[in-house]
Design a protein around this ligand. Structure first.
Ligand code: HEC
Length: 395
């Protein structure tokens, strides 16, 4: 595909992905908060477990929640499912245009595992499916009856997946797959469990049977999982723009800290919505802060001692390295098929340009190994050191 057309396609899918994801996460926040604010009142309709009065946009809303279901099926029902389905579909579309079509640059790192693009894509798809089946199996097993144990097992599952992904993909590819796996679990929860359960209850009502309350309970359990995963998954999606996250050698640790802080913040917000006393949930705030500080601490650039041994590095030496490892992408007219313009407008054709971006080069190439992306040219640590010495010399 033409690179320019590909970029537009990428942008349009990304835009759509953001819009539907905002819709989905918005409904997740809304319905969790709604459930917490339902109150038992005198004079409730039969079958109603609680009601809430809400004010928004110049009007008053009176909402009743029926568990299991109202006595007769209403004529018109409004479902909340398309925002979830479309978030997954657009997300998968982005995975295709960004990672599958340019697997060499974005997904594969030959130093990690020299995969052919089709192999990387097959691993990607198979792992997303496998992750879902393991998660679903955990929820349906005995462990699923105990919320704390289930949470620990799902947490462990995500961490194991993040370790395994770093064994096959580039740092960037590994991190986005952790996000994609969590997103897939959330979307299939809606598609494969919550909505089918609700459809079965409706079918039972139409058949004149009493709807089975189990479907309602399972649906609520899965939608609560989704709610606690919203904040971590958002951070994993934007992680791609922050190489200090994904190029960390122990990125599973960062995944763990992100999940802990995101889920705790979500829990705190849920308790605020429920109107609980601060003393009962205030502990979440220092713990979430500690997890975040931990993430900042482990990602802090270790001043990788650029050895001062070796002779002075001339401009020509530095330029040779950049020509060999960077210019196929970072040139005005890149020769790399995935790019038509220098990425992020960082062109490194002249010594002056290399000086201009010296700090970013230092960060992306010497301190962490985000660049050269995919390291298809096999840049060595000595070359990184040499480049580092050249940058230090110019300070
Ligand atoms: C295969 C293509 C490719 C190669 C080779 C490559 N880069 Fe990059 N580079 C990219 C892409 C794509 C981005 C934008 C990444 C993003 O959006 O997070 C980028 C971004 C950058 C940035 C900007 C980072 C920022 O966010 O400010 C710098 C600096 C950089 N590269 C330096 C280098 C250096 C130095 C080399 C060679 C040692 C190199 N790159 C090799 C593709 C490449």
């Amino acid at each position: 595909m033409d690179v320019f057309a590909g970029e537009w396609l990428n942008l349009l899918i990304r835009w759509a992905h953001m819009v539907v994801a905002i819709g989905w996460i918005g409904t997740s926040f809304y319905f969790m908060a709604l459930d917490y604010t339902l109150m038992k009142r005198e004079k409730m309709n039969p079958g109603v477990m609680g009601t809430a009065w809400q004010v928004h946009g110049g009007g008053f809303y009176h909402v009743e929640k029926y568990t299991v279901a109202p006595a007769t099926l209403p004529e018109v029902l409004h479902w909340f499912k398309w925002e979830a389905y479309l978030t997954w579909l657009t997300g998968f579309g982005l995975l295709v245009v960004q990672y599958y079509l340019h697997a060499d640059a974005f997904l594969i790192d030959p130093a990690v595992m020299p995969l052919a693009p089709w192999q990387a894509i097959a691993i990607s798809i198979a792992s997303l499916a496998a992750g879902w089946f393991i998660y679903d199996g955990l929820c349906r097993s005995k462990i699923g009856d105990n919320t704390v144990w289930l949470a620990i097992c799902v947490f462990a599952l995500i961490l194991i997946a993040s370790v395994l992904y770093t064994k096959v993909f580039s740092g960037r590819g590994a991190f986005i797959h952790v996000g994609a796996l969590v997103g897939t679990i959330m979307a299939v929860n809606v598609f494969g469990v919550i909505i089918p359960g609700q459809k079965k209850m409706i079918a039972q009502m139409i058949a004149g049977e009493k709807p089975d309350p189990r479907y309602g309970l399972v649906g609520k359990q899965r939608s609560t999982h989704n709610n606690y995963l919203t904040l971590p998954v958002l951070l994993m999606m934007v992680s791609q723009h922050y190489p200090f996250l994904f190029s960390h050698p122990h990125s599973w640790l960062i995944v763990a800290l992100i999940i802990i802080s995101g889920a705790l913040i979500r829990h705190m917000l849920n308790r605020v919505d429920a109107g609980d006393d601060w003393n009962s949930y205030g502990w979440t705030l220092p713990l979430a802060a500690m997890a975040l500080i931990g993430a900042i601490y482990v990602t802090a650039p270790q001043s990788r001692a650029v050895s001062t041994a070796g002779g002075a590095v001339t401009d020509a030496d530095a330029q040779n390295i950049v020509t060999k490892h960077c210019l196929m992408c970072h040139a005005r007219h890149p020769s790399h098929p995935a790019f038509k313009e220098p990425p992020k407008n960082v062109s490194l054709e002249t010594v002056a340009e290399m000086r201009r971006y010296a700090q970013q080069i230092y960060m992306q190439t010497v301190q962490n190994r985000a660049m050269p992306m995919g390291n298809q040219t096999g840049m060595t640590d000595e070359e990184r050191d040499t480049l580092g010495r050249w940058i230090n010399r110019g300070k």
